[in-house]
Design a protein around this ligand. Structure first.
Ligand SMILES: [Fe+2]
Length: 538
């Protein structure tokens, strides 16, 4: 059976393809068009669809089912001409498809988490975001043995939107909503508690003790409150902006703790929790939910934003066709792939020197100890916002200045500390990791660092609270990363390396070999591991 999943929301367009119960491809438009989704509102999933059709040789019209996760664009009139053209083109093509099924935005979110987690036990599946075309800000589903049932929708008229709050504060920082919320979470680490600010944010959207949040349609209230805060000078200095961020983060953590604790107490037989939606891009809040709310294990959709809705829809479609076996996903390497030969051919366009093979792990480890920045372009591109070892940049974790150094090399302005990757079997030696270790393979939540390691790996630890968001790697699932960090551990006694996504400032994670080589050419990196070779500048 062939199922295509398409996402026609307002941003983060994506396409997924499932064949005979196996996820063959899932990728975002932004990885193809090279324009960040947040700047490319109301386009269509056309670019990612064409890319997957070409890579797989399977046309949309070949599908037994086309599953659409949110069809907002079919109803929007105020969109650019290119969007109208592409929407029309897709609608025409859909007329020639065997079956087309539209799922809701939050069903698609829920599926993107639950069917990748593969928990067989009773599981609560909770979604939360800035709101959908169906006027829903979040949902609660009950799930067991691969069956997913809606328990409650959080409708916009009744429920305040946490996502709306975070999106709307971004311009006050000179940031872009739907993209830079994570920077505010990063800034929060340096702020202080101020009761007045904390109360302000709680007044805007607070847990209502009935599985929802107060103040439906809260945009006006949000804007009025931010206007007053602006008048009072709360955005005037960096220190004040950090303090605003701190209290916004604390308010989120406070309300999510109340929400999930109440859910757990109300449904004690549900011991597992799956999360999806933009709110759960907040790795610090996810740590609190994991550690303080009483669930045995949590999982966050690795594509937790709207990009996950195409895959979520495809998973729902495969399930409805009886062509999906409920089990944990091995990974989220679902994007496009380039063969060693294609990488070699691209290399001929550049004047670089081959210094070794991709399996020369001891050489790579040695180069890392000499403060080199080494990028990786291997295998299928990651699906979702995190680079997990196929389009990543590696560096040592031992020097606290590496954060500034890497930002400079890539022309980036990342606020959050870069993430560590660590052999899964050693993770609990370095961090306090006792549960949700599967979720931690996807770098979706923070953990506290053990005291004896704080000074050894400062480049990947948040200074103020000593947390990190590690990626746990295994030999089976992350072969290259695992062998590199193992060789590095043998050399240094430190089983941890730094991982940041392979992209320049404002650029989506890189896709093609040519984009990878261009970073070696412009000097963002010292070495590039691509295909089966290691390159450096002559
Ligand atoms: Fe969403």
């Amino acid at each position: 059976m062939i199922v295509y999943g398409l996402f026609f929301g307002e941003h983060n367009f994506s396409t997924a393809l499932i064949v005979d119960g196996e996820i063959k491809y899932a990728t975002e438009n932004e990885k193809i068009t090279r324009i960040k989704s947040a700047y490319n509102l109301f386009e269509t999933s056309y670019s990612s669809l064409v890319a997957i059709e070409e890579a797989s040789g399977i046309k949309l019209e070949d599908a037994d089912l086309v599953a659409i996760g949110d069809a907002t664009l079919f109803h929007k009139q105020d969109v650019p001409d290119i969007t109208k053209e592409r929407t029309k083109l897709l609608q025409d093509r859909l007329k020639n498809c065997k079956e087309v099924k539209v799922y809701t935005h939050h069903e698609a979110h829920a599926a993107s988490s639950y069917y990748l987690a593969g928990f067989p036990e009773k599981t609560l599946v909770v979604t939360n975001d800035g709101g959908s075309f169906e006027n829903v800000n979040g949902s609660i589903f009950m799930a067991e043995d691969g069956n997913l049932h809606l328990f409650k929708n959080l409708y916009r008229v009744e429920n305040g939107s946490l996502g709306n709050l975070w999106c709307n504060i971004c311009p006050k920082y000179g940031f872009k909503g739907l993209k830079d919320e994570g920077k505010i979470m990063g800034m929060a680490a340096n702020g202080q508690f101020v009761q007045e600010l904390f109360d302000n944010f709680n007044r805007l959207t607070e847990y209502d003790n009935n599985f929802g949040f107060t103040n439906g349609e809260n945009t006006d209230l949000i804007n009025q409150t931010f206007w007053k805060m602006d008048e009072d000078g709360w955005f005037n200095t960096q220190q004040k902006r950090e303090t605003v961020a701190y209290n916004l983060q604390k308010s989120l953590e406070y309300n999510l703790t109340k929400y999930f604790t109440h859910l757990k107490k109300s449904f004690p037989q549900y011991k597992k929790l799956c999360l999806a939606g933009g709110i759960f891009a907040n790795v610090k809040a996810n740590q609190i939910v994991n550690e303080d709310c009483g669930f045995d294990e949590i999982f966050i959709a690795p594509p937790m934003g709207d990009e996950g809705c195409a895959l979520g829809a495809a998973l729902l479609g495969a399930r409805d066709l009886g062509d999906w076996e409920h089990r944990p996903t091995k990974d989220v390497f679902f994007g496009l792939e380039y063969s060693n030969e294609e990488c070699d051919i691209e290399a001929q366009n550049w004047d670089f020197e081959v210094v070794g093979k991709d399996t020369d792990y001891n050489l790579i480890a040695q180069l890392l100890t000499e403060r080199n920045v080494i990028a990786v372009h291997k295998g299928k591109l990651e699906f979702g916002p995190r680079a997990l070892g196929h389009r990543s940049v590696m560096m040592e974790t031992t020097d606290p200045t590496n954060h500034v150094y890497l930002n400079k090399r890539f022309g980036r302005n990342e606020v959050m500390p870069f993430a560590p990757f660590i052999m899964k079997e050693k993770a609990n030696e370095v961090f306090h990791i006792t549960k949700s270790t599967f979720a931690a393979e996807f770098m979706t939540l923070c953990y506290s660092t053990r005291e004896e390691w704080e000074d050894k790996i400062p480049a990947v630890i948040q200074k103020s609270d000593k947390t990190a968001r590690p990626q746990l790697v295994t030999e089976e699932k992350h072969n290259f990363f695992y062998n590199v960090v193992k060789a590095y551990d043998k050399l240094t006694g430190i089983p941890v390396l730094l991982n940041t996504s392979f992209n320049g400032h404002g650029e989506p994670i890189i896709d093609t070999p040519s984009q990878a080589f261009s970073h070696l050419d412009k000097g963002s990196i010292d070495y590039l591991v691509i295909g089966d070779k290691i390159y450096k500048k002559k």
